[in-house]
Write a protein that binds this ligand. Structure first.
Ligand SMILES: Nc1ncnc2c1ncn2[C@@H]1O[C@H](COP(=O)(O)OP(=O)(O)O)[C@@H](O)[C@H]1O
Ligand SMILES: [Mg+2]
Length: 257
């Protein structure tokens, strides 16, 4: 589905991503791990159109998407969530979700005036979809809560919910577990699994929480210092000497892996 071919991304002299080649298969939940500074977020930003690759190409179902902008990728079903959630804090959970779908008739005043009924109908459909998403994520009792009042984990669930408002082909999750308590992390994990199984979402997941990686990701790709080091299932990753070395090199304990 997603093919990253020999991608390089430099910041001045720093090779943040160095000759990375990765395939994310349709229907998979592919994990991306590696020590801090490995280039994971930079790679995601390059896929999601925040940066153009300096070298190499990125394909979505064989179409070259290397130089598309975020909104163009969004339209093609390439969605991402951010390491730091970016909800609209003064809007409710429902409103946050209802804002996601692009090209809403109601935004064009002339259209709104001429086609009031159509606008209302579309808004109603979007509202229904948002309610469906909220229920799927077990956020029903927070429907009318201001997003700013949500806990860190609930905000991450809302981020996931935003991707569900359009029909994504692939969702990139950047540290969806960061700063989230165990209970909510289990809910997020469960939601990812259900979206994968029931709605056939493909996921590409950056995560530091190895429990989450072990539970849902196959394959797992390991990056360090800009390069792809290894790809395998979690068991293989855990026992690979090069991978262990990369983590130990950053002063992390083996038990962390
Ligand atoms: N916008 C930027 N400008 C300059 N250097 C950056 C920028 N973003 C990331 N870097 C550097 O690129 C390297 C990879 O960072 P990042 O992709 O955030 O790693 P990870 O997400 O794996 O922790 C790091 O050395 C980081 O300091
Ligand atoms: Mg990062």
């Amino acid at each position: 589905m997603l093919e990253i071919k020999n991608v390089n991304k430099f910041f001045g002299g720093l090779k943040a991503v160095h000759n990375a080649s990765i395939k994310v298969e349709e229907g998979s939940i592919t994990g991306l791990i590696g020590p801090n500074g490995a280039g994971k977020t930079t790679l995601f930003n390059t896929i999601a159109g925040l940066y153009d690759p300096d070298e190499g190409n990125i394909f979505l179902n064989n179409e070259n998407i290397s130089y598309l902008k975020p909104h163009e990728l969004f339209a093609k079903g390439v969605l991402r969530t951010f390491q730091i959630a970016h909800e609209f804090s003064s809007l409710t959970v429902l409103e946050n979700l209802m804002m996601v779908p692009p090209n809403q008739y109601g935004e064009k005043l002339s259209y709104a005036l001429l086609n009031n009924l159509k606008v209302k109908k579309q808004e109603e459909e979007i509202r229904e979809k948002a309610v469906e998403v909220i229920n799927f994520l077990n956020l029903t009792n927070l429907t009318q809560e201001l997003a700013g009042n949500l806990s860190g984990g609930q905000k991450k669930l809302l981020e996931l919910g935003r991707t569900m408002m359009v029909d994504p082909k692939i969702v990139l999750l950047d540290e969806v577990g960061a700063g989230v308590n165990r209970t909510l992390l289990n809910e997020i994990t469960d939601a990812i699994l259900r979206l994968n199984k029931e709605k056939n979402y493909t996921f590409f997941v950056i995560e530091h929480d190895m429990d989450l990686i072990e539970k849902i990701c196959d394959p797992v790709i390991v990056m360090a210092e800009g390069s792809v080091l290894f790809k395998g299932n979690f068991e293989e990753v855990k026992n690979n000497e090069i991978v262990i070395e990369a983590y130990l090199g950053k002063g992390l304990k083996k038990s962390k892996l």
